[in-house]
Design a binder for this molecule. Structure first.
Ligand code: GLC
Length: 431
């Protein structure tokens, strides 16, 4: 029942959030799905990638257009921004509302987790459209090359981010210490976070910031994020397969596969904690691991390059642990054992305890790939039930009570369409 209801909510959202038009600033047409009509009217990179995956179950023309629009924002140097503000009429108000720095007037200067390669693979698999693949593969490869060249930490070999929202996990309590805000489960965390972000962005804005600004040297916020690196390593292995499919050269495919394995190995070397059996981010300014236990600590179970014993410990000691992440409506973005755990959205700040459908989606595939089939099915069923419990798709949900929070008609919660379909399909190479 909840599968039918959650799929109906997802279809409504994907219809309601569809945006098409022509951007004078960018001088091109656009055709994408916004994350939420009221709160997020533009194109956001990792949201859009999830939307395209959901759209493979509804409208493959739109799935292809979604990614072509997104990749139309890649710069000649290969940078793909987190936000693409196509709509000329909405841009002025939005730049006043959001804490963003724009690049050439219509793109953010920040990155998002590179989910786009996984989305390209999924859309190609759903459509078999080789011509489309030949068009979208070069900008996707360019972006991954840009990340390698401009965002690799010399010491660890992992990708680095220069502000918390580049991980997409904006107000996660794991960043509180680095931002100098008090780590709490109530009170005005939301306001404190915005203040800290404003200071960071102001500090970065002089001299004028470009996507390639040398921010590492500023030592304000330099971070190896486990989620970002897991998504990156996963994307590299998708690209290796896509390059082979497109009949491009085998050496490129092998190099991409090797880069993916190297990220997995670096996560094991620098982020894996043998004592607690989980992965931790690295705060490169403080020069230490960040030990706040969040859902991103679980994500590397997705990667084949993470050895089986480590993945089993993450799953059995943490993901399936009822005191931490296996709550009534899993998976909370922060472990229930953390003092900052905010399951009822009291702080009004995101990624501080609520369950998120995109993280559940990754963890569902992680469980399946590691052979935890019954647990994966339970997670898919509970995720669909969460989405069915509200009158529209919501940005995030209460892990104790299933209450919907944040933006309404929220795009990536439509990934329930993929979960509903997945439970009946065979596991293929690359989920
Ligand atoms: C919030 C989220 C970010 C997302 C954006 C649009 O800023 O933290 O991950 O991309 O909203 O949904």
């Amino acid at each position: 029942m909840s599968v039918i209801e959650s799929s109906a909510r997802a279809r409504d959202t994907l219809a309601r959030n569809h945006r098409t038009g022509y951007s004078r600033a960018a001088q091109r047409g656009y055709d994408f799905t916004c994350p939420s009509p009221d709160s997020y009217p533009f194109q956001w990179a990792w949201d859009s990638s999830f939307h395209a995956i959901a759209l493979t179950h509804l409208d493959t023309r739109r799935a292809r257009a979604e990614l072509r629009s997104l990749l139309g924002a890649v710069t000649p140097g290969g940078f793909l921004p987190h936000m693409v503000l196509w709509q000329d009429d909405l841009r002025p108000r939005a730049t006043a509302d959001f804490r963003i720095d724009l690049w050439e007037g219509w793109r953010s200067v920040t990155i998002a987790p590179p989910v786009v390669a996984r989305a390209v693979e999924r859309v190609h698999r759903a459509t078999g459209d080789d011509l489309w693949l030949r068009r979208v593969l070069p900008p996707t490869l360019a972006f991954f090359g840009w990340l390698r060249d401009h965002r690799t930490s010399p010491g660890t070999g992992l990708l680095e981010i220069y502000q918390p929202d580049e991980s997409g996990l904006d107000s996660s309590p794991k960043y509180d210490g680095a931002l100098g805000i008090e780590s709490a489960a109530e009170g005005d965390v939301h306001g404190a976070w915005h203040g800290a972000m404003r200071s960071l962005i102001t500090a970065y804005s002089s001299p004028a910031r470009t996507p390639e600004s040398a921010l590492r040297e500023r030592r304000l916020f330099v971070w190896n994020d486990v989620l970002v690196n897991t998504v990156y390593a996963d994307g590299l292995s998708c690209l290796a397969r896509l390059v082979r499919t497109a009949g491009a050269n085998e050496r490129t495919a092998e190099r991409l596969a090797e880069e993916s394995r190297a990220i997995g190995a670096a996560l094991m070397r620098h982020c894996w904690d043998e004592t607690t059996g989980v992965f931790h981010d690295l705060d490169l300014v403080a020069g230490k691991r960040n030990e706040v236990l969040t859902a991103s600590s679980l994500l590397p179970v997705l990667l084949d390059s993470v050895p089986e014993p480590a993945a089993r410990r993450v799953i059995e000691e943490h993901l399936l642990n009822e005191r931490e992440f296996w709550r009534p409506h899993p998976v909370p973005s922060v472990a229930a054992t953390e003092p900052s755990y905010d399951p009822t959205f009291r702080t009004g700040a995101i990624f501080r305890g609520s369950s998120w459908i995109n993280l559940n989606w990754y963890l569902y595939w992680g469980l399946r790939r590691r052979g935890y089939h019954a647990e994966a099915e339970t997670l898919a069923a509970r995720t669909c039930a969460l989405v069915a419990a509200s009158d529209t798709t919501r940005e995030c949900y209460g892990p104790e009570d299933a209450a919907g929070h944040g933006a309404r008609s929220f795009g990536w919660s439509s990934l329930v369409l993929d979960l509903a379909a997945a439970t009946t399909t065979e596991l293929t190479e690359g989920f």
